[in-house]
Design a protein around this ligand. Structure first.
Ligand SMILES: C[S@@+](CC[C@H](N)C(=O)[O-])C[C@H]1O[C@@H](n2cnc3c(N)ncnc32)[C@H](O)[C@@H]1O
Length: 294
């Protein structure tokens, strides 16, 4: 049974709005535009743990309670992720995106990638491994720089170490395991230095953080799914602006490119949610501007 459905629980919308304000002030987490049902489900976990009978009750318990603030933050930021999550998406990026991207770069250029909402870094390291494999297979070498950003500082600390439990590597092929991971002990593996050096992590809030730019590929997967549509639309425009001309945007398999940004991207592989940024209304194919697509 949902917490809000318990007979003694007061599900008051005004109190709910008040709690959102307290959360914003106390832990700097702006959840105004998170989907209401999702937010209520996450809050219910902490309300239950604190035996709070109303949102107001929980807001009072949160104020100046550092331990509870941290627990709430952990509860609101869902960090579920995995190495090569949806492997078919990585295959499609490797097949359709990387050849085009690399073709247009010289050896002195750096290919810049952003993993937005990177959680514990598995997505960013998977991208780094995919790009290394692509370069090894094509016999070409380029500079690569991958930034992983997340709102959750704790998870970023794990990301920086690149250390994962053995069971989290179950789906990784033997070849990848041997080439890109070192065994630390019976329970843990670490991403090899050579790959870790390509990736940096930063604390960044997609909603209120500084606007980033200059990327060739942006991965933002399984993050906007929790946001209201208006916020999703705003963020997709931010990603459009953050991309270099002809850059690529990769979304989560269950997410939909909506709002005005949808007219600014060309579907490269819609099934895998891979899109390319249009350049001033023109489509870039193999480095040449080919025709008006707006
Ligand atoms: C479900 S994980 C997705 C991880 C990875 N992208 C993947 O697809 O496997 C969502 C991540 O988004 C982060 N997140 C949620 N809201 C955010 C925000 N406003 N700004 C930045 N990151 C956010 C969470 O902390 C969490 O680590």
């Amino acid at each position: 049974m949902m917490y809000g459905e318990e007979p003694h629980f007061k599900d008051d919308e005004k109190e709910f709005a008040g709690l959102r304000d307290v959360i914003k002030k106390q832990i700097g987490f702006n959840c105004d535009e998170y989907k209401k049902a999702h937010l209520k489900r996450r809050l219910a976990v902490r309300l239950r743990a604190n035996r709070s009978t109303s949102y107001k009750d929980y807001a009072d318990c949160l104020v100046n309670n550092a331990d509870e603030m941290q627990k709430l933050k952990d509860c609101l930021t869902i960090n579920v992720t995995e190495l090569f999550r949806n492997p078919e998406t990585y295959n499609a990026v490797s097949r359709s995106v990387l050849p085009e991207l690399f073709k247009n770069k010289t050896k002195n250029n750096t290919i810049k990638v952003w993993s937005a909402g990177s959680s514990d870094g598995k997505e960013a390291y998977s991208i780094a491994i995919m790009m290394r494999e692509f370069m090894d297979n094509s016999g070409r070498r380029y500079n690569i720089s991958i930034i992983g950003t997340d709102i959750d500082e704790n998870i970023l600390r794990t990301a920086e170490t690149g250390t994962y439990k053995t069971e989290q590597l179950k789906k990784i092929s033997k070849e990848r395991l041997e080439k890109f991971f070192v065994k630390i002990d019976e329970n843990r593996y670490q991403v090899v230095d050579d790959i870790r050096r390509k990736v940096t992590f930063k604390n960044h809030d997609l909603i209120s953080g500084r606007k980033l730019s200059g990327f060739d590929i942006i991965f933002c997967r399984n993050v906007t799914i929790y946001f209201e549509q208006k916020l999703q639309e705003r963020l997709y425009l931010d990603f459009y602006n953050a991309l270099n001309d002809g850059g690529y945007f990769v979304m989560g398999k269950t997410e939909t490119l909506n709002g005005s940004a949808s007219k600014l991207f060309i579907p490269v592989n819609p099934g895998e949610r891979i899109y390319m940024k249009k350049v001033n209304g023109f489509q870039v194919i193999q480095g040449n501007i080919t025709g008006r697509v707006l």
